[in-house]
Design a protein around this ligand. Structure first.
Ligand SMILES: Nc1ncnc2c1ncn2[C@@H]1O[C@H](COP(=O)(O)OP(=O)(O)O)[C@@H](O)[C@H]1O
Ligand SMILES: [Mg+2]
Length: 298
């Protein structure tokens, strides 16, 4: 072997050693994160992920009102907003402009007046117009940090509101949360939204995550003048697809009429408008979800 070749070999070997070291460091960091997530999530009795095939079907609306309903039932509840590109939970709960604090326990979630703990990327952004322009690994990392290093503490229930579809964020949520109770899928009765429900069910099944059930949102509108119900986007598709895919159907939620479009309280439908049909129906849905999680406690 001449001198030149041997120098090249050494360089090559040290390059490989460096990349092995980096690989090992990365693996170690992931393992540490896994341990932090397992420890942090073990303090939370129940964890539910809310998913949908399409955007704009009402996942965040359902997540917020589900959290309020469980809170009213006496569950100490948290919401993790896993929609990094469209984090709407702070606005829906009147927490816009709030920022995070940290102490020796970790990052402290923002707490609503009802004592619901909330974590959202929105609390870390300089302004509500600031976009999050991140690729997959960075998004995965952020969600794992929210799971592992936010001081959720002892909670009865954590609801994770996902962005639409079956991409990086829901995949991370479904794969990273140990003993996730299951997923709730929200759809509208529109055939286009229903088509994508099948993808969510298939994703959950492939990861061995139970499907707690499907909710059909924006299903019907009751005219406040004459009381007649009109099914603007159709009706019954959610129940049909649930039967076809052999998963439970949780119920239909109607389109909720907003009394005061300028009110910050509009999204808290069950507290703001507690005699509405939406409130009545979501309470029935929440009863079914409670029944499901209680069975896991037995
Ligand atoms: N049942 C409902 N009645 C009236 N408006 C609704 C209902 N569900 C959702 N919305 C409205 O539809 C829009 C999309 O809902 P959102 O919860 O943000 O959907 P997603 O989280 O699936 O994108 C919001 O403006 C929300 O206020
Ligand atoms: Mg949303």
């Amino acid at each position: 072997m001449d001198g030149k070749a041997s120098i090249m070999n050494t360089t090559h070997r040290s390059g490989k050693m460096q990349s092995d070291e980096k690989d090992n460091e990365h693996k170690l960091a992931m393992m540490e994160e896994d341990i932090a997530i397992t420890k942090n999530m073990a303090k939370i009795k129940h964890k539910i992920a809310v998913m949908s095939g399409k955007g704009g079907v009402g996942k965040s609306t359902v997540s917020v009102n589900m959290a309020l309903a469980f809170n009213q039932k006496g569950y100490h509840t948290g919401i993790l907003d896993a929609d990094l590109h469209g984090p709407n939970i702070p606005l829906m709960l009147g927490l816009e402009g709030r920022h995070l604090n940290a102490d020796e326990q970790g990052i402290l979630p923002v707490v609503t007046e009802e004592n619901i703990k909330v974590m959202s990327i929105a609390f870390l952004l300089p302004s509500k117009a600031s976009p999050v322009i991140w690729r997959g690994p960075k998004k995965t990392g952020a969600i794992r940090q929210f799971l592992g290093y936010v001081a959720w503490d002892e909670l009865d229930l954590l609801i994770v509101d996902n962005p639409p579809g079956t991409g990086d964020e829901p995949l991370t949520v479904l794969q990273s949360i140990p003993s996730l109770d299951g997923i709730v899928i929200v759809t509208t009765p529109s055939p286009v939204a229903l088509e994508d429900v099948e993808k969510c069910v298939a994703m959950a099944k492939s990861l061995n995550i139970p499907v707690i059930g499907i909710i059909e949102n924006m299903s019907g509108f009751v005219c406040p003048e004459c009381g007649e119900e009109s099914f603007i986007f159709g009706s019954g598709g959610g129940k049909r697809i649930a039967a076809e895919m052999d998963v439970p159907f949780l119920g239909q939620l109607p389109i909720n009429l907003i009394d005061d479009p300028d009110s910050d309280e509009n999204m808290r439908i069950i507290t703001q408008n507690n005699d509405s049909l939406f409130t009545q129906r979501i309470m029935e849905v929440v009863d079914k979800i409670e029944e499901y999680i209680k069975k896991k406690d037995e």
